[in-house]
Design a protein around this ligand. Structure first.
Ligand SMILES: Nc1nc2c(c(=O)[nH]1)N[C@H]1C(S)=C(S)[C@@H](COP(=O)(O)OP(=O)(O)OC[C@H]3O[C@@H](n4cnc5c(=O)[nH]c(N)nc54)[C@H](O)[C@@H]3O)O[C@H]1N2
Ligand SMILES: Nc1nc2c(c(=O)[nH]1)N[C@H]1C(S)=C(S)[C@@H](COP(=O)(O)OP(=O)(O)OC[C@H]3O[C@@H](n4cnc5c(=O)[nH]c(N)nc54)[C@H](O)[C@@H]3O)O[C@H]1N2
Ligand code: SF4
Ligand SMILES: [Mo]
Length: 717
C-alpha cells in the first residue's frame, strides 16, 4: 500500500486537470478514490483523503486500475452467442439488438414459468438497491448474492444470535488489546482500511492470536500462532467456552441482562474441556488454558473475529457462531476496543438514502432457493446460490428460464464448473453483465459490457459503520468502447418489457436526486467530497439500552430461528478424519496482488503475479517422494487435474495442501490468464451441492485432493 499525494498536490487547479471522486473497482471492497483526470484521460489514482481511515492509500490492485481501463482485452460491444454455449463464437450486436434479444427471451420465460422463472445473482455490496429493484420490477423474488461461497455462514450465524448480520459488527481494532483470528488473513486478503488499522494496532501493542493450518503473513504479525487441524476450529471454541464458563470469566452483568440460553450453552459444553479438544485440533490443553487467561486479562477489549475461510465446511456455521458467542461472553459489544454496532443514519438523527426498490411492488412469491421459508435460518435478503442452481436443474420448487449475472463470476466463484454448466443448460437465457471476459461471460448467451469503474457512475451507496456514510462513484473518463453503466442497462431491459417505471430516470443525476431526497446532502456535496459521513463521531448505545432484533429481543444463545429450522443451537462437534497416503484437504486463499479470478489478465498484475505453488508438509512430501520445487499433479476426483510446483514447508498442517485461488482460466480471449496455473474451484469436484445446512455456505474446505509427483522427465525443476 502506498501513501501518496494529497488531493491538492494532485494539482486539482492546474489547467486541463481535475479531481473526480470515485470508488475503486479492482475488488469488491470498493475503497474511495480520488482520480486525477488530465485532458480527458486518467493521470493518477489514489485513495480519497476525505476518508480519514483510508487516506491516500490503495493496494497494488487498486493501483493497476488505469492499466485495466487501458486494456483492450475486454468486450468492446454487446455480444450475442452464435455457436454452442462456451464455444466462444460471438457476433457483435448493437445495444438495441442485444437488449431486444434479451427482452424476447425473458417474455418466453415468463410465458413458460411465470415471472418467478427469472433470477439474478450479483456480488452483493452497497449498490444492490439497483439489482434488487430490477429483479423485483420483473416480478421475481429470486435475487441472490455471491455469499454462498463467501460469507453466508458467518452472516447467518450472526443473524441467529443477534438478529442482524455480521456486517453490523465493527471491529474497534485500534483500541482492542487482544484479537483472535481464525484464518482471517488481514495482511494479504486485503481490505485496505482494515489492514492499515491492524498494522497500526499491532505497532501499538495489540496482542494477536492467529489460528490457521497455514502460516500466512498475518501469522508473522501475531504474538501467538496455532497450526490447527483443518476444519476443527469449532472444537477449539467449544473448549474455550467450557473453560470461560467453568472459571466464571464471562461478563456476568452483560450476560444476565442481554442473553438467553446460558444454561443450555453450559450443558452443551459440559464435557468439551481443553483436554478433550487436543485430539481434534492438535492444540495442547495447556496452550488453550493460557489463551483463556490472556483474554480474561484483556476483556472486554478482546475480539474474536468470526472469520471467513473458517466458514467453509459443513459445521462452519457453528465456528462463526461460537466465535460470536465468545465475544458475547467477553461482554465486548458497544465497548471501546470491542465490537461496535454499526449505526443506521436514523440512529444518528439522519435519514437513509431513499430506496429505488420502494418504487415497485413487493413480490410475495416464495423463493426458488427456499431461503427464509423452507430454510428459516438462511436470510432471504441474500439467498443461497447453489439452491437456485438446484432449482434450475430439477425445476423444483419451480423452473427457472432466464438468469442475469451481474458483477459475478459463478464459474470461478462456485465449486465444480461442470456441475454448474449442467444446471445452466436448462436455461433459455444467460446474460452476463461484466467488464471482462469472465469464465461465466464466456458461457453466456449474451455479454453486455459494463463501462469500467473509471468510465461510469453508479447509484449512490450507503455504508454501514460506527459512523454511517454515503459514497459516490462518479464518472472520471469517457468509455473507450461501446459499453454502458449498469443503471442504464437495467433500465433499458425493463423498458423493453413494459416494466420501466421503477427505473424511469433519464440521467444518473436524476437517480442521485431521488436517492438523496430528505437526506440533507446534495449531489454537489457528494461530488465535491466523494464520501460524506452522517455523524461526527461514533456514538455508543448505552449498554442498558441495547436491544436486538431477535424474537426475544435478546442475544439468543439458543436461537428461535434455528429451533424453527429444526437445527441445534450448539451441536456436538463432529470429528474429522485425517486424510492419508496421497490424500489431502485442499485449502486455498488469496495473494495480496490478485482479486479472485479477475486480476490475472490485467497487464500490470499479470507481470507481478506470484507463482502458484502447492504448499505441502515435509513429512507428507517425503512419504510421497516429492522434493521442494518438484512438479506435482493434483486431482480432485473428477476429470480435471493440474500440475504445479511443490513448496515443501513445515508452515502448513500435514493433513492439507494449500494453493492460491483465481488461476487456471480457460477463456482464450483473456490471453494473459488463459492456461496460467490450476483452478482450485475445478478441483472441488462434486461440491456444488455440499453445504452447511444451518448457514447455506458451500463446504469448500472439505475437498479431498490426491497429490503425486510427476515423473522425473516432466518434473525437472
Ligand atoms: N474455490 C474457491 N472459490 C471461491 C473462493 C476461493 O478462494 N476459492 N473465494 C470465494 C469468495 S470469498 C468470493 S467473495 C467469491 C468471489 O466471486 P466473484 O464475486 O464472482 O468474484 P469477483 O472477482 O469479485 O468478480 C466477479 C466478476 O465481476 C466482474 N467485475 C469486476 N468489476 C466489475 C464492474 O465494475 N462491473 C461489472 N459488471 N462486472 C465487474 C469481474 O470481471 C468478475 O468476472 O468467490 C468465492 N469462491
Ligand atoms: N488481495 C485480495 N484481498 C482480498 C480478496 C482478494 O481476492 N484478493 N478478496 C476479498 C474477499 S471477497 C474476502 S471474502 C476476503 C477473504 O479473506 P480471508 O478469509 O482472510 O482470506 P483467504 O485468503 O481466503 O483465507 C485465509 C486463510 O484461511 C485459512 N483456513 C482454511 N481453512 C481453515 C480452517 O479450517 N481453520 C482456520 N483457522 N483457517 C483456515 C487458509 O489457510 C487461509 O490462509 O478477502 C478479501 N480481500
Ligand atoms: S482493497 Fe485494493 S483493489 Fe480492493 S477496492 Fe481497495 S484499493 Fe481497490
Ligand atoms: Mo468473499
Amino acid at each position: 500500500m502506498s501513501e501518496s499525494m494529497t488531493t491538492s498536490e494532485c494539482g486539482q487547479n492546474s489547467p486541463g486537470q481535475r479531481t473526480v471522486y470515485s470508488l475503486c473497482g479492482m475488488c469488491a471492497v470498493r475503497c474511495p478514490l480520488a482520480v486525477t483526470v488530465k485532458d480527458g484521460a486518467v493521470a493518477w489514482i489514489q485513495g480519497n483523503p476525505n476518508d480519514p481511515a483510508l487516506g491516500a492509500s490503495l493496494c497494488a490492485k487498486g493501483g493497476a486500475g488505469q492499466s485495466f481501463q487501458q486494456d483492450d482485452e475486454r468486450p468492446h460491444s454487446p455480444l450475442i452467442r452464435t455457436g454452442a454455449r462456451g464455444a466462444g463464437q460471438w457476433r457483435r450486436a448493437s445495444w438495441d439488438e442485444a437488449l431486444t434479444y434479451i427482452a424476447d427471451k425473458v417474455q418466453e420465460t415468463i410465458a413458460e414459468f411465470g415471472t418467478r422463472g427469472i433470477a439474478l445473482s450479483d456480488r452483493g455490496g452497497p449498490f444492490t438497491d439497483l439489482t434488487r429493484t430490477f429483479t423485483q420490477a420483473l416480478g421475481s423474488p429470486n435475487y441472490v448474492n455471491h455469499d454462498a461461497s463467501c460469507a453466508s455462514n458467518v452472516y447467518n450465524a450472526a443473524r441467529s444470535l443477534f438478529g442482524f448480520p455480521h456486517s453490523r459488527l465493527v471491529l474497534d481494532l485500534k483500541r482492542a488489546k487482544h484479537l483472535v483470528l481464525y484464518g482471517r488473513n488481514i495482511a494479504e486478503s486485503l481490505m485496505v482500511k482494515e489492514a492499515k488499522s491492524f498494522m497500526a494496532a499491532v505497532a501499538n501493542g495489540l496482542q494477536v492470536t492467529y489460528i490457521d493450518p497455514r502460516a500466512t503473513i498475518t501469522a508473522s504479525k501475531a504474538s501467538r500462532y496455532w497450526q490447527i487441524r483443518p476444519n476443527s476450529d469449532y472444537a477449539l471454541n467449544l473448549a474455550l467456552i467450557h473453560e470461560i464458563l467453568r472459571l466464571e470469566l464471562y461478563d456476568k452483568e452483560f450476560v444476565a441482562r442481554h442473553v438467553t440460553g446460558l444454561e443450555e450453552l453450559r450443558a452443551a459444553v459440559a464435557t468439551t474441556t481443553p483436554d478433550w479438544q487436543v485430539e481434534h485440533t492438535g492444540i495442547s490443553a495447556e496452550a488453550v488454558r493460557e489463551l483463556v487467561q490472556d483474554i480474561a486479562a484483556a476483556a472486554p477489549q478482546v475480539i474474536f473475529h468470526p472469520g471467513w475461510m473458517t466458514a467453509r465446511h459443513k459445521q462452519s456455521f457453528y465456528v462463526s457462531r461460537s466465535a460470536l458467542i465468545l465475544n458475547v461472553l467477553m461482554g465486548n459489544l458497544e465497548v471501546p476496543g470491542g465490537l461496535l454496532l454499526a449505526k443506521t443514519p436514523e440512529q444518528c438523527g439522519r435519514a437513509s438514502l431513499k430506496r429505488l426498490q420502494d418504487r415497485c411492488e413487493k413480490v410475495s412469491t416464495p423463493r426458488a432457493d427456499g431461503a427464509g421459508d423452507v430454510h428459516p435460518s438462511w436470510d432471504p435478503a441474500i439467498g443461497v446460490l447453489h439452491q437456485l442452481y438446484a432449482a434450475m436443474e430439477t425445476a423444483q420448487p419451480y423452473g427457472i428460464g432466464a438468469y442475469f449475472i451481474y458483477r459475478h463470476d459463478p464459474l470461478t466463484a462456485m465449486p465444480d464448473a461442470e456441475a454448474i454448466k449442467r444446471a445452466f443448460d436448462h436455461l433459455k437465457l444467460i446474460v452476463a453483465i461484466d467488464v471482462r471476459y469472465s469464465e461465466t461471460a464466456w458461457y453466456a448467451d449474451v455479454i453486455l459490457p459494463e463501462s469500467t469503474f473509471l468510465e461510469r457512475a453508479n447509484i449512490l451507496g450507503q455504508v454501514q459503520g460506527a459512523v454511517p456514510s454515503l459514497i459516490m462513484r462518479d464518472q472520471a473518463v469517457t468509455p473507450r468502447f461501446d459499453s454502458r453503466p449498469a443503471w442504464w442497462i437495467f433500465r433499458e431491459i425493463l423498458r423493453r418489457l413494459g416494466r420501466g417505471a421503477a427505473l424511469d430516470f433519464e440521467r444518473i443525476e436524476d437517480i442521485w436526486d431521488y436517492q438523496l431526497e430528505g437526506v440533507g446532502v446534495t449531489v454537489a456535496e457528494m461530488r465535491s467530497q466523494g464520501v460524506v459521513t452522517l455523524a461526527d463521531a461514533p456514538q455508543l448505545t448505552p449498554r442498558d439500552q441495547l436491544t436486538f432484533p431477535t424474537p426475544s429481543g435478546k442475544i439468543e444463545l439458543t436461537s428461535a430461528l434455528l429451533t424453527q429450522a429444526g437445527l441445534p443451537s450448539v451441536p456436538p462437534y463432529s470429528a474429522k478424519t485425517a486424510p492419508s497416503g496421497a490424500d489431502f484437504y485442499l485449502l486455498f486463499g488469496r495473494a495480496a496482488t490478485l482479486t479472485h479470478g479477475q486480476s490475472l489478465n490485467n497487464p500490470l498484475l499479470n507481470e507481478i503475479a506470484p507463482a502458484q505453488e502447492l504448499w505441502i508438509h515435509p513429512d507428507r512430501a517425503a512419504a510421497l517422494g516429492i522434493a521442494d520445487r518438484a512438479l506435482v499433479e493434483i486431482n480432485g476426483g473428477g476429470a480435471y487435474s493440474g500440475q504445479l510446483r511443490a513448496k515443501v514447508t513445515p508452515w502448513i498442517h500435514p493433513e492439507t495442501v494449500f494453493m492460491l485461488h483465481g488461476y487456471g482460466a480457460t477463456v482464450p480471449a483473456a490471453t494473459r490468464a488463459v492456461g496460467f496455473g490450476v483452478a482450485d474451484q475445478r478441483l472441488q469436484h462434486g461440491k456444488l451441492y455440499e453445504f452447511d445446512p444451518a448457514g447455506g455456505g458451500c463446504a469448500l474446505t472439505e475437498t479431498i485432493v490426491h497429490v503425486r509427483p510427476v515423473a522425473a522427465a516432466g518434473g525437472a525443476a
